[in-house]
Design a protein around this ligand. Structure first.
Ligand code: NAD
Ligand code: WQD
Length: 341
């Protein structure tokens, strides 16, 4: 059995689907601080299986012990549970450090006691900051974090490394995601941002459906071919499948290494303007947009070298950008049909 913390969230829910499709039994723990219990029905409609669910806060050690007592068969953990809004983390740093770090430390503490063999951790390309070179390999230097959120990812990676190096009786895989976008092709699950979206794709789809008047493109005077920023937009289902590979690798002892780090991206950098064009081409829907000033703190360009994941994990991003954009749009339309937004 696999424990998925934050499993009703955006990336977690897609990963639970892929784990169940691959035959794993799953128990989700989530405090529903940034997700909805109805996600479980979406997962059931896709896979035919409603995963076990425990509503609890991972920073609550008593509740976590009770969970492990109730499900003694947990062999692996995927730790998605975290607060993830960069701007909010600047305003409420203690909340971010407490939530993201205590969640991880509770799990690391409990794993030996309950015989858990491995933990997969959700890290981020944010650890590379503005990289010196693109595409970025796992060996690229870690840059000083520009937000408390980013710092929690760096510190978490260090905590895991120290714990593994201390001789802990389990393994870890750290996955550095680039920019996850899109939704399950069934439109049963997807991203559900709280309030005004800060990320590009939810803002874009909300603009396309008329919730927002226009999308602001933050800067077109960057040193890139069309002047807008470049990112590596990775389809969320592809990303989810990488977790299944990582769990298998850890639990089947396919590697001697006790800790491994993988970049998860497509290897292709796409500009903000190119992404808008792809959305319009793929869906036939126009996105009103306007160039405005740069957003403070934005990275100019970053995209992954995913070769290590391709060769060692045996995983490769497959979805086309146009298909990913269609999936994001289908999800936005489903939210409208359901009267959610
Ligand atoms: P999300 O907010 O949709 O999912 C996180 C889930 O964790 C939510 O369901 C939330 O309710 C839950 N949660 C938060 N704190 C908890 C706690 N203390 N106890 C129990 N549940 C808790 O976010 P996501 O986009 O799915 O991100 C998943 C992970 O991937 C996070 O660790 C995030 O930092 C990381 N990540 C996300 C991105 C991205 O762009 N989405 C990029 C890189 C890394
Ligand atoms: C993408 C591009 C914006 C909104 C963030 C976190 C990072 C990681 C991924 C978790 C940028 C531009 C955006 C808008 C725009 N998360 N944009 N108009 O900034 O790459 O990364 O999410 O680990 O830590 O910082 O993602 O989606 O916010 O922006 O022009 O309304 O879209 O300037 O170039 P970002 P994003």
């Amino acid at each position: 059995m696999i424990l998925v913390t934050g499993g009703t969230g955006y990336i977690g829910s897609h990963t639970v689907v892929e784990l169940q499709n691959a035959g794993y039994r799953v128990v989700i723990v989530d405090n529903l601080s940034n997700s909805n219990i109805e996600v479980l029905d979406g997962i059931r409609r896709i896979t035919g299986i409603r995963p076990e669910f425990v509503e609890a806060d991972c920073t609550d050690m008593v509740a976590m012990k009770a969970l492990f007592d109730r499900y003694p068969g947990i062999k692996g953990i995927i730790n998605f549970a975290a607060s993830k809004a960069v701007g909010e983390s600047v305003e409420k740093p203690v909340l971010y450090y407490r939530n993201n770090l205590n969640t991880l430390m509770n799990l690391l503490d409990l794993m030996p006691e309950y015989g858990v063999k491995g933990i997969v951790f959700s890290s981020s390309c944010t650890v590379y900051g503005e990289p010196d070179e693109n595409p970025v390999t796992e060996q690229a230097p870690i840059k000083k974090a520009t937000s408390p959120y980013g710092n929690t990812k760096q510190i978490s990676e260090e905590i895991i490394t120290d714990v593994i190096n201390s001789g802990a009786p389990f393994k870890s895989v750290i996955l550095r995601y680039f920019n996850p976008v899109g939704a399950h092709p069934s439109a049963e699950i997807g991203e559900l941002p709280n309030g005004v979206p800060q990320n590009l794709i939810p803002y874009l789809t909300q603009t396309a459906i008329g919730i927002r008047k226009e999308l602001s493109v933050f800067g077109d005077d960057y040193d890139t071919p069309d002047g807008s920023c470049i990112r590596d937009f990775i389809n969320v289902v592809d990303l989810a499948k990488a977790h299944v590979k990582a769990v298998g690798r850890m639990l089947e002892d396919k590697s001697e290494a006790k800790i491994e780090i993988f970049n998860l991206g497509t290897g292709v950098g796409l500009s903000v303007k190119e992404l808008i064009a792809s959305f319009e081409r793929a869906t036939g829907v126009k996105v009103p947009h306007r160039i405005v000033g740069r957003r403070p703190g934005d990275i100019e360009k970053v995209w992954a070298n995913p070769e290590y994941a391709n060769n060692v994990l045996g995983w490769k991003a497959e979805a086309s950008v146009d298909d990913t954009m269609r999936s994001a749009w289908a999800w936005q339309c489903r939210l409208r049909e359901r009267g959610i937004m």
